[in-house]
Design a protein around this ligand. Structure first.
Ligand SMILES: [Fe+2]
Ligand SMILES: [Fe+2]
Length: 309
């Protein structure tokens, strides 16, 4: 059995062209200036249109979206992002976790994350109480368990940190253990980098040490994140084997100001004797053609003892 899924991140897809001055109190004013000066030239609708064309060609069990759909987390941006998600696919096939830009300032849940609720939901669940109750999320497709974590939370100006919090950290071990006992390929996806010391201090996950320790203890087969707008490949050694930790650049970026040009990764998973075979295909935006194209691939063999039984 071969299964396919993909990760896109940080589309920053919303336009602030119609924003009103009264919406720009607090931290949002700085974010708005950043959009006026830089971000609207970097994150482009034509790149997202090319992304949608490229994704439509693929047979995907799940499309994982790892946050930062907006710039300053305004209700109108949440609505723009909801329409973008709707065009990408059914909520059962598109799974979302929030980013720090989406949770930039505290905002009424009904006007913001409630609009994305179906895309953040676990299989068979429909929470109405807020983001914290929705995570970790769990979706199982064939032999793959997709476990989503939310790291977006309001931060002081100029900070882009994230936090998982006690509630998610305490729920995660049982999810990882149960999925392992069921012989599933566990994909953990979140916005911020979960590894200690890999991200700048003002952009770090404040409880990276705790999540890294949990991953080392309970294992996973693959960890995916965004936030840095750069492609990264790391490996975490755990009691259960090596776990690739992979980041993709922004899905909408032209690559100005030193950032990577838009890219996403497609994954193919197949069970082997005592291991999982994981093929990674990078797809990158090609400004010359206006389409996404091949940008390298690699195949990993992930040995797992529980698959021998
Ligand atoms: Fe971002
Ligand atoms: Fe971010």
């Amino acid at each position: 059995m071969r299964q396919y899924f993909a990760q896109v991140s940080d589309p920053h897809l919303s336009s602030l062209a119609a924003v009103r001055a009264r919406d720009l109190l607090n931290k949002r004013a700085l974010g708005y200036l950043s959009w006026r000066r830089k971000r609207r030239f970097e994150h482009r609708p034509e790149v997202l249109a090319a992304l949608a064309r490229d994704l439509a060609d693929r047979e995907l069990e799940q499309l994982l979206v790892t946050g930062d759909l907006t710039h300053i987390g305004l209700p109108d941006e949440f609505e723009q992002a909801r329409q973008w998600l709707h065009a990408l696919g059914d909520p059962a096939a598109v799974a979302l976790v929030p980013g720090n830009h989406d949770a930039c300032v505290a905002a009424p849940w009904q006007d913001t994350f409630a609009l994305w609720q179906d895309y953040m939901a676990s299989d068979g669940a429909r929470s109405t109480s807020g983001v914290a109750a929705d995570f970790p999320s769990l979706r199982v497709r064939g032999e793959i368990a997709f476990i989503g974590l939310s790291t977006g939370c309001p931060t002081p100006p100029l900070m882009a940190t994230g936090t998982l919090g006690e509630q998610q950290l305490s729920r995660l071990p049982a999810l990882l253990r149960d999925a392992s006992e069921r012989g599933l390929f566990r994909v953990v996806y979140l916005h911020h980098c979960p590894l200690v010391g890999k991200e700048k201090w003002r952009k770090r996950l404040t409880d990276a040490a705790q999540i890294q320790a949990l991953l080392e203890e309970y294992g996973a087969e693959l960890v995916l994140h965004g936030h840095g707008h750069r492609a990264h490949f790391n490996e975490l050694q755990t009691r259960h084997g090596t776990v690739p930790v992979i980041a993709v650049p922004s899905a909408s970026a032209l690559g100005l100001h030193g950032a990577d040009v838009a890219q996403y990764n497609r994954y193919e998973v197949a069970r082997r004797e005592g291991s999982w075979e994981l093929r990674i295909d990078a797809r990158r935006y090609q400004p010359e053609t206006g389409d996404f194209g091949e940008a390298g691939s690699r195949t990993l063999l992930l040995h797992r003892n529980q698959l021998n039984s």
